[in-house]
Design a protein around this ligand. Structure first.
Ligand SMILES: Cc1cc2nc3c(=O)[nH]c(=O)nc-3n(C[C@H](O)[C@H](O)[C@H](O)COP(=O)(O)OP(=O)(O)OC[C@H]3O[C@@H](n4cnc5c(N)ncnc54)[C@H](O)[C@@H]3O)c2cc1C
Length: 396
Protein backbone atom coordinates (compact mmCIF):
# COMPACT_ATOMS: atom_id res chain seq x y z
CA UNK A 1 0.00 0.00 0.00
CA UNK A 2 1.26 3.47 -0.74
CA UNK A 3 1.20 5.61 2.42
CA UNK A 4 0.13 8.58 0.37
CA UNK A 5 -3.09 6.84 -0.67
CA UNK A 6 -5.91 9.30 -0.07
CA UNK A 7 -8.30 6.77 1.48
CA UNK A 8 -5.83 5.92 4.26
CA UNK A 9 -6.17 7.41 7.72
CA UNK A 10 -2.84 8.85 8.85
CA UNK A 11 -1.73 8.20 12.43
CA UNK A 12 1.08 10.55 13.51
CA UNK A 13 3.25 8.83 16.12
CA UNK A 14 4.06 5.17 16.69
CA UNK A 15 4.06 5.16 20.48
CA UNK A 16 1.83 2.72 22.31
CA UNK A 17 -1.23 4.88 21.52
CA UNK A 18 -0.49 5.23 17.80
CA UNK A 19 0.29 1.54 17.36
CA UNK A 20 -2.87 0.50 19.22
CA UNK A 21 -4.90 2.94 17.09
CA UNK A 22 -3.45 1.55 13.86
CA UNK A 23 -4.37 -1.99 14.94
CA UNK A 24 -7.92 -1.04 15.97
CA UNK A 25 -8.51 0.91 12.73
CA UNK A 26 -7.16 -1.97 10.65
CA UNK A 27 -9.48 -4.35 12.45
CA UNK A 28 -12.35 -2.01 11.54
CA UNK A 29 -11.32 -2.38 7.89
CA UNK A 30 -9.55 0.99 7.50
CA UNK A 31 -6.28 1.43 5.69
CA UNK A 32 -3.73 3.16 7.90
CA UNK A 33 -0.51 5.08 7.20
CA UNK A 34 1.47 5.20 10.44
CA UNK A 35 4.14 7.92 10.41
CA UNK A 36 6.83 8.10 13.09
CA UNK A 37 9.28 10.98 13.23
CA UNK A 38 12.09 8.93 14.80
CA UNK A 39 14.35 6.99 12.43
CA UNK A 40 13.61 3.82 14.40
CA UNK A 41 10.56 2.79 16.42
CA UNK A 42 11.86 2.08 19.91
CA UNK A 43 10.52 2.79 23.34
CA UNK A 44 12.67 4.55 25.87
CA UNK A 45 11.76 4.35 29.50
CA UNK A 46 11.29 1.48 31.80
CA UNK A 47 8.25 -0.32 33.17
CA UNK A 48 4.59 -0.01 32.38
CA UNK A 49 1.61 -1.32 34.31
CA UNK A 50 -1.17 -2.30 31.96
CA UNK A 51 -4.42 -2.34 33.91
CA UNK A 52 -7.33 -4.64 32.95
CA UNK A 53 -9.24 -1.89 31.11
CA UNK A 54 -6.44 -1.76 28.53
CA UNK A 55 -5.41 -5.42 28.69
CA UNK A 56 -8.93 -6.48 27.74
CA UNK A 57 -8.75 -4.36 24.57
CA UNK A 58 -5.35 -5.73 23.56
CA UNK A 59 -6.62 -9.27 24.16
CA UNK A 60 -9.53 -8.44 21.83
CA UNK A 61 -6.94 -7.71 19.12
CA UNK A 62 -5.83 -11.35 19.31
CA UNK A 63 -2.69 -10.55 21.32
CA UNK A 64 -3.36 -12.65 24.46
CA UNK A 65 -0.52 -15.11 23.89
CA UNK A 66 2.03 -12.36 23.17
CA UNK A 67 0.82 -10.34 26.17
CA UNK A 68 1.15 -13.32 28.49
CA UNK A 69 4.58 -14.24 27.12
CA UNK A 70 5.96 -10.73 27.65
CA UNK A 71 4.47 -9.69 30.98
CA UNK A 72 4.58 -10.52 34.64
CA UNK A 73 1.38 -10.79 36.70
CA UNK A 74 1.67 -9.17 40.15
CA UNK A 75 -0.20 -10.76 43.05
CA UNK A 76 -1.07 -7.52 44.79
CA UNK A 77 -0.47 -3.80 45.08
CA UNK A 78 1.03 -3.00 48.47
CA UNK A 79 0.87 0.53 49.83
CA UNK A 80 3.41 1.38 52.53
CA UNK A 81 4.35 4.41 54.60
CA UNK A 82 7.78 5.61 53.53
CA UNK A 83 8.91 6.73 56.99
CA UNK A 84 8.67 3.33 58.71
CA UNK A 85 7.60 0.85 56.01
CA UNK A 86 4.27 0.11 57.73
CA UNK A 87 1.91 -1.71 55.36
CA UNK A 88 -1.18 0.47 54.90
CA UNK A 89 -3.02 -1.61 52.35
CA UNK A 90 -2.67 -4.74 50.22
CA UNK A 91 -4.91 -4.80 47.17
CA UNK A 92 -5.34 -8.40 45.94
CA UNK A 93 -5.06 -8.74 42.14
CA UNK A 94 -5.50 -12.51 41.80
CA UNK A 95 -9.17 -12.29 40.78
CA UNK A 96 -8.71 -9.42 38.29
CA UNK A 97 -9.04 -11.60 35.19
CA UNK A 98 -12.45 -12.90 36.32
CA UNK A 99 -13.63 -9.58 37.71
CA UNK A 100 -12.40 -7.17 35.01
CA UNK A 101 -11.80 -9.43 32.01
CA UNK A 102 -7.99 -9.17 32.06
CA UNK A 103 -5.23 -9.45 34.65
CA UNK A 104 -2.96 -6.62 35.76
CA UNK A 105 0.18 -6.97 33.68
CA UNK A 106 3.65 -5.53 34.16
CA UNK A 107 5.73 -4.89 31.03
CA UNK A 108 9.08 -3.59 30.06
CA UNK A 109 7.87 -0.80 27.76
CA UNK A 110 10.02 -2.00 24.90
CA UNK A 111 8.43 -5.46 25.08
CA UNK A 112 4.90 -4.08 24.84
CA UNK A 113 5.82 -1.70 22.05
CA UNK A 114 7.58 -4.45 20.10
CA UNK A 115 4.66 -6.82 20.31
CA UNK A 116 2.30 -4.09 19.05
CA UNK A 117 4.78 -3.23 16.31
CA UNK A 118 5.02 -6.88 15.22
CA UNK A 119 1.23 -7.06 15.00
CA UNK A 120 1.11 -3.81 13.00
CA UNK A 121 3.81 -5.05 10.60
CA UNK A 122 1.84 -8.26 10.08
CA UNK A 123 -1.28 -6.34 9.01
CA UNK A 124 -1.65 -5.70 5.29
CA UNK A 125 -3.84 -2.71 6.08
CA UNK A 126 -1.05 -0.84 7.91
CA UNK A 127 1.88 0.90 6.19
CA UNK A 128 4.56 2.13 8.59
CA UNK A 129 7.04 4.87 7.78
CA UNK A 130 9.80 6.07 10.08
CA UNK A 131 11.78 9.30 9.68
CA UNK A 132 8.42 10.87 8.80
CA UNK A 133 7.40 13.83 10.95
CA UNK A 134 3.86 15.02 10.37
CA UNK A 135 3.81 18.80 10.07
CA UNK A 136 1.08 21.27 9.22
CA UNK A 137 -2.14 20.32 7.43
CA UNK A 138 -5.21 21.90 5.89
CA UNK A 139 -8.68 20.82 4.90
CA UNK A 140 -9.98 22.11 1.59
CA UNK A 141 -13.22 21.20 -0.18
CA UNK A 142 -13.64 18.19 2.10
CA UNK A 143 -10.10 16.98 1.37
CA UNK A 144 -7.28 16.80 3.90
CA UNK A 145 -3.71 17.57 2.88
CA UNK A 146 -0.73 17.22 5.17
CA UNK A 147 2.96 17.87 4.99
CA UNK A 148 5.34 15.12 6.05
CA UNK A 149 9.01 15.91 6.73
CA UNK A 150 11.72 13.28 6.30
CA UNK A 151 15.46 13.33 5.68
CA UNK A 152 14.71 13.47 1.93
CA UNK A 153 12.75 16.72 2.42
CA UNK A 154 9.07 17.61 2.80
CA UNK A 155 6.28 15.83 0.96
CA UNK A 156 2.59 16.77 0.65
CA UNK A 157 0.10 13.98 0.88
CA UNK A 158 -3.66 13.63 0.87
CA UNK A 159 -5.34 11.57 3.58
CA UNK A 160 -8.85 10.53 4.61
CA UNK A 161 -8.17 11.68 8.17
CA UNK A 162 -5.38 12.49 10.63
CA UNK A 163 -4.98 11.21 14.18
CA UNK A 164 -2.37 13.04 16.24
CA UNK A 165 -0.92 10.31 18.48
CA UNK A 166 2.25 12.35 18.85
CA UNK A 167 2.56 12.62 22.61
CA UNK A 168 2.40 15.43 25.16
CA UNK A 169 4.33 17.86 22.93
CA UNK A 170 1.97 17.09 20.05
CA UNK A 171 2.51 19.31 17.05
CA UNK A 172 -0.77 18.10 15.53
CA UNK A 173 -2.47 19.59 18.59
CA UNK A 174 -0.53 22.84 18.21
CA UNK A 175 -1.51 23.12 14.51
CA UNK A 176 -5.10 22.14 15.30
CA UNK A 177 -5.77 24.82 17.93
CA UNK A 178 -3.00 27.38 17.40
CA UNK A 179 -3.55 28.62 20.95
CA UNK A 180 -0.62 29.70 23.13
CA UNK A 181 -2.64 29.00 26.30
CA UNK A 182 -2.66 25.34 25.30
CA UNK A 183 1.13 24.97 25.56
CA UNK A 184 2.59 22.07 27.60
CA UNK A 185 3.56 23.02 31.15
CA UNK A 186 5.57 21.48 33.95
CA UNK A 187 3.38 19.52 36.39
CA UNK A 188 5.50 20.36 39.44
CA UNK A 189 6.89 16.82 39.72
CA UNK A 190 9.90 14.94 38.40
CA UNK A 191 10.06 11.18 38.05
CA UNK A 192 13.49 9.61 38.67
CA UNK A 193 13.60 6.21 37.05
CA UNK A 194 15.88 3.19 37.19
CA UNK A 195 15.94 -0.43 36.11
CA UNK A 196 17.69 -2.31 38.89
CA UNK A 197 19.22 -5.80 38.59
CA UNK A 198 17.07 -7.88 40.98
CA UNK A 199 20.09 -9.05 42.98
CA UNK A 200 20.82 -5.45 44.04
CA UNK A 201 17.32 -4.99 45.51
CA UNK A 202 16.58 -5.95 49.15
CA UNK A 203 15.19 -9.52 49.10
CA UNK A 204 11.89 -8.53 50.72
CA UNK A 205 11.18 -6.12 47.86
CA UNK A 206 11.67 -8.59 45.00
CA UNK A 207 8.29 -10.35 45.30
CA UNK A 208 5.77 -10.33 42.42
CA UNK A 209 4.05 -7.24 43.71
CA UNK A 210 3.61 -3.60 42.87
CA UNK A 211 4.93 -1.57 45.80
CA UNK A 212 3.89 2.00 46.48
CA UNK A 213 5.63 3.95 49.26
CA UNK A 214 3.96 7.18 50.34
CA UNK A 215 5.99 10.08 51.70
CA UNK A 216 5.44 13.80 52.19
CA UNK A 217 5.83 15.46 48.79
CA UNK A 218 7.23 12.29 47.21
CA UNK A 219 6.40 8.67 46.54
CA UNK A 220 8.11 5.58 45.16
CA UNK A 221 6.75 2.81 42.95
CA UNK A 222 8.64 -0.38 42.17
CA UNK A 223 7.82 -3.75 40.67
CA UNK A 224 9.64 -6.68 39.05
CA UNK A 225 9.84 -7.18 35.26
CA UNK A 226 10.92 -9.90 32.83
CA UNK A 227 10.38 -12.90 35.09
CA UNK A 228 11.80 -11.00 38.05
CA UNK A 229 15.27 -10.44 36.55
CA UNK A 230 14.98 -6.68 36.94
CA UNK A 231 13.09 -4.27 39.14
CA UNK A 232 11.56 -1.12 37.70
CA UNK A 233 11.71 1.71 40.22
CA UNK A 234 10.41 5.28 40.03
CA UNK A 235 10.84 8.00 42.65
CA UNK A 236 8.45 10.91 42.11
CA UNK A 237 9.44 14.16 43.74
CA UNK A 238 7.49 17.42 43.97
CA UNK A 239 9.78 20.28 42.96
CA UNK A 240 7.35 23.19 42.76
CA UNK A 241 5.63 25.11 40.00
CA UNK A 242 8.65 25.68 37.82
CA UNK A 243 10.82 22.92 36.43
CA UNK A 244 14.12 23.12 38.32
CA UNK A 245 16.79 24.65 36.10
CA UNK A 246 18.96 21.60 36.14
CA UNK A 247 21.00 19.94 33.52
CA UNK A 248 21.64 16.85 35.58
CA UNK A 249 20.02 14.02 33.63
CA UNK A 250 21.14 11.56 36.32
CA UNK A 251 21.24 11.55 40.08
CA UNK A 252 22.94 9.22 42.52
CA UNK A 253 21.00 7.42 45.25
CA UNK A 254 22.09 9.50 48.27
CA UNK A 255 21.26 12.82 46.59
CA UNK A 256 17.91 11.45 45.46
CA UNK A 257 17.12 10.35 49.04
CA UNK A 258 17.81 13.91 50.11
CA UNK A 259 15.74 15.49 47.33
CA UNK A 260 12.79 13.24 48.17
CA UNK A 261 13.13 14.04 51.88
CA UNK A 262 13.66 10.31 52.49
CA UNK A 263 16.71 10.66 54.70
CA UNK A 264 14.67 9.24 57.54
CA UNK A 265 12.76 6.41 55.90
CA UNK A 266 12.36 2.65 56.19
CA UNK A 267 15.78 0.94 55.83
CA UNK A 268 14.61 -1.22 52.89
CA UNK A 269 13.47 1.84 50.97
CA UNK A 270 16.72 3.63 51.74
CA UNK A 271 18.69 0.58 50.50
CA UNK A 272 16.63 0.44 47.31
CA UNK A 273 17.26 4.09 46.45
CA UNK A 274 20.79 4.51 47.78
CA UNK A 275 22.15 1.38 46.10
CA UNK A 276 21.71 2.79 42.61
CA UNK A 277 23.89 5.61 41.32
CA UNK A 278 22.26 6.53 38.02
CA UNK A 279 18.63 7.53 38.47
CA UNK A 280 17.40 9.03 35.23
CA UNK A 281 15.50 12.31 35.28
CA UNK A 282 12.06 12.42 33.68
CA UNK A 283 10.27 15.75 34.24
CA UNK A 284 6.50 15.33 34.07
CA UNK A 285 4.88 17.73 31.60
CA UNK A 286 1.17 18.03 31.04
CA UNK A 287 -1.29 20.25 29.13
CA UNK A 288 -4.63 21.80 30.02
CA UNK A 289 -7.72 19.60 29.63
CA UNK A 290 -9.47 20.28 26.32
CA UNK A 291 -13.18 20.72 25.65
CA UNK A 292 -12.74 19.15 22.24
CA UNK A 293 -10.02 17.11 20.53
CA UNK A 294 -11.43 17.16 17.04
CA UNK A 295 -11.82 19.46 14.06
CA UNK A 296 -13.30 17.92 10.94
CA UNK A 297 -11.10 15.06 9.78
CA UNK A 298 -8.36 15.68 12.39
CA UNK A 299 -8.39 14.38 15.96
CA UNK A 300 -6.03 13.58 18.84
CA UNK A 301 -5.35 10.45 20.86
CA UNK A 302 -3.42 9.41 23.99
CA UNK A 303 -1.00 11.90 25.55
CA UNK A 304 -1.59 14.31 22.66
CA UNK A 305 -5.25 14.56 23.68
CA UNK A 306 -5.17 14.10 27.46
CA UNK A 307 -1.68 13.95 28.98
CA UNK A 308 -1.84 13.08 32.65
CA UNK A 309 0.48 12.73 35.61
CA UNK A 310 1.21 9.00 36.00
CA UNK A 311 -0.15 8.61 39.54
CA UNK A 312 -2.95 6.22 38.55
CA UNK A 313 -0.78 4.44 35.94
CA UNK A 314 -3.45 5.08 33.31
CA UNK A 315 -1.85 7.20 30.54
CA UNK A 316 -1.11 4.34 28.17
CA UNK A 317 -4.28 2.53 29.23
CA UNK A 318 -6.37 5.55 28.26
CA UNK A 319 -4.57 5.78 24.92
CA UNK A 320 -5.51 2.13 24.30
CA UNK A 321 -9.13 2.89 25.25
CA UNK A 322 -9.04 5.75 22.72
CA UNK A 323 -7.77 3.35 20.08
CA UNK A 324 -10.63 0.93 20.64
CA UNK A 325 -13.22 3.72 20.52
CA UNK A 326 -11.73 5.01 17.25
CA UNK A 327 -12.03 1.62 15.61
CA UNK A 328 -15.63 1.30 16.77
CA UNK A 329 -16.45 4.81 15.54
CA UNK A 330 -15.68 3.80 11.93
CA UNK A 331 -18.30 1.02 12.03
CA UNK A 332 -20.80 1.23 9.19
CA UNK A 333 -18.37 2.99 6.85
CA UNK A 334 -18.49 6.42 8.56
CA UNK A 335 -16.36 9.24 7.11
CA UNK A 336 -13.35 10.31 9.19
CA UNK A 337 -15.10 13.51 10.33
CA UNK A 338 -18.22 11.59 11.45
CA UNK A 339 -16.15 8.84 13.09
CA UNK A 340 -13.93 11.34 14.94
CA UNK A 341 -16.98 13.22 16.28
CA UNK A 342 -18.41 9.90 17.48
CA UNK A 343 -15.06 8.90 18.99
CA UNK A 344 -14.75 12.17 20.91
CA UNK A 345 -18.32 11.82 22.18
CA UNK A 346 -17.47 8.35 23.49
CA UNK A 347 -14.15 9.24 25.10
CA UNK A 348 -13.80 12.86 26.16
CA UNK A 349 -15.57 12.79 29.51
CA UNK A 350 -13.95 9.55 30.73
CA UNK A 351 -10.43 10.52 29.68
CA UNK A 352 -10.85 13.95 31.28
CA UNK A 353 -12.12 12.33 34.48
CA UNK A 354 -9.04 10.09 34.59
CA UNK A 355 -6.78 13.12 33.95
CA UNK A 356 -8.39 14.94 36.90
CA UNK A 357 -8.35 11.89 39.16
CA UNK A 358 -4.64 11.35 38.42
CA UNK A 359 -3.81 14.82 39.73
CA UNK A 360 -6.00 14.26 42.79
CA UNK A 361 -4.17 10.99 43.42
CA UNK A 362 -0.92 12.97 43.61
CA UNK A 363 -2.29 15.12 46.45
CA UNK A 364 -3.50 11.94 48.20
CA UNK A 365 -0.12 10.22 47.80
CA UNK A 366 2.00 13.22 48.83
CA UNK A 367 -0.03 14.44 51.82
CA UNK A 368 1.79 15.57 54.96
CA UNK A 369 0.62 15.78 58.59
CA UNK A 370 -2.28 15.73 59.53
CA UNK A 371 -3.90 14.69 56.23
CA UNK A 372 -1.55 11.75 55.86
CA UNK A 373 -2.71 10.32 59.20
CA UNK A 374 -6.35 10.59 58.13
CA UNK A 375 -5.51 9.02 54.75
CA UNK A 376 -3.68 6.11 56.37
CA UNK A 377 -6.52 5.51 58.85
CA UNK A 378 -9.10 5.44 56.04
CA UNK A 379 -6.96 3.00 54.05
CA UNK A 380 -6.68 0.53 56.90
CA UNK A 381 -10.39 0.91 57.61
CA UNK A 382 -11.53 0.06 54.08
CA UNK A 383 -8.87 -2.63 53.56
CA UNK A 384 -7.18 -3.84 50.36
CA UNK A 385 -10.38 -5.08 48.71
CA UNK A 386 -12.07 -1.77 49.45
CA UNK A 387 -9.13 0.11 47.92
CA UNK A 388 -9.38 -2.00 44.78
CA UNK A 389 -13.11 -1.30 44.69
CA UNK A 390 -12.36 2.45 44.78
CA UNK A 391 -10.50 1.99 41.48
CA UNK A 392 -13.01 -0.36 39.88
CA UNK A 393 -14.38 2.51 37.74
CA UNK A 394 -10.98 2.64 36.05
CA UNK A 395 -10.56 -1.05 35.43
CA UNK A 396 -14.03 -2.01 34.23
C1 LIG B 1 7.07 7.90 34.96
C2 LIG B 1 5.90 7.45 34.14
C3 LIG B 1 5.27 6.25 34.43
C4 LIG B 1 4.15 5.85 33.70
N1 LIG B 1 3.56 4.67 34.02
C5 LIG B 1 2.45 4.28 33.35
C6 LIG B 1 1.82 3.02 33.66
O1 LIG B 1 2.30 2.26 34.51
N2 LIG B 1 0.70 2.68 32.97
C7 LIG B 1 0.15 3.49 32.00
O2 LIG B 1 -0.89 3.13 31.42
N3 LIG B 1 0.75 4.67 31.68
C8 LIG B 1 1.87 5.08 32.31
N4 LIG B 1 2.50 6.25 31.98
C9 LIG B 1 1.94 7.07 30.88
C10 LIG B 1 2.35 6.52 29.52
O3 LIG B 1 3.74 6.37 29.46
C11 LIG B 1 1.89 7.48 28.42
O4 LIG B 1 0.59 7.92 28.67
C12 LIG B 1 1.92 6.77 27.08
O5 LIG B 1 3.20 6.28 26.80
C13 LIG B 1 1.47 7.75 25.97
O6 LIG B 1 1.55 7.10 24.73
P1 LIG B 1 1.31 7.92 23.39
O7 LIG B 1 1.43 6.91 22.29
O8 LIG B 1 0.07 8.73 23.49
O9 LIG B 1 2.50 8.98 23.31
P2 LIG B 1 4.08 8.77 23.22
O10 LIG B 1 4.50 7.54 23.89
O11 LIG B 1 4.68 10.05 23.66
O12 LIG B 1 4.36 8.56 21.66
C14 LIG B 1 4.33 9.62 20.75
C15 LIG B 1 5.09 9.19 19.50
O13 LIG B 1 4.89 10.18 18.49
C16 LIG B 1 6.12 10.46 17.84
N5 LIG B 1 5.98 11.80 17.27
C17 LIG B 1 6.00 13.00 17.93
N6 LIG B 1 5.74 14.00 17.09
C18 LIG B 1 5.52 13.44 15.87
C19 LIG B 1 5.18 13.97 14.59
N7 LIG B 1 4.96 15.27 14.42
N8 LIG B 1 5.05 13.11 13.55
C20 LIG B 1 5.26 11.77 13.71
N9 LIG B 1 5.59 11.22 14.90
C21 LIG B 1 5.70 12.05 15.98
C22 LIG B 1 7.15 10.32 18.96
O14 LIG B 1 8.45 10.12 18.44
C23 LIG B 1 6.60 9.11 19.70
O15 LIG B 1 7.07 7.90 19.15
C24 LIG B 1 3.65 6.66 32.67
C25 LIG B 1 4.29 7.86 32.34
C26 LIG B 1 5.42 8.24 33.06
C27 LIG B 1 6.09 9.52 32.68
Amino acid sequence: MSPSASDAVVVAGAGIGGLAAALCLARAGKRVALFEKAPKIEEVGAGLQIAPNAGRILQGLGLSAALDANSLLPESIIIRRATDGAELSRMPLAGARERFGAPFRLFHRADLQNLLLDAARASEKIAIRTDARVGDFEEEDGKLFLRVHGSAGPEDIEAAGLIGADGVRSSVRAFLFRDERDAPFYSGCTAWRALLPAETVPTALRAKEVNLWLGRGAHVVHYPLRGGEIVNAVVIVEDGEVEPASNEPMRDGPSLLEAADFERCAPQLRDLIASHDSWRRWPLWIRPALRSWTRGAVTLLGDAAHPMVPFLAQGAAQAIEDAEALGQAFAGGASAAAAFARYEGARLSRATAVQTASRRQGRFAHAGFPLAQARDAVMSLIGGRGMLERNAWLYR
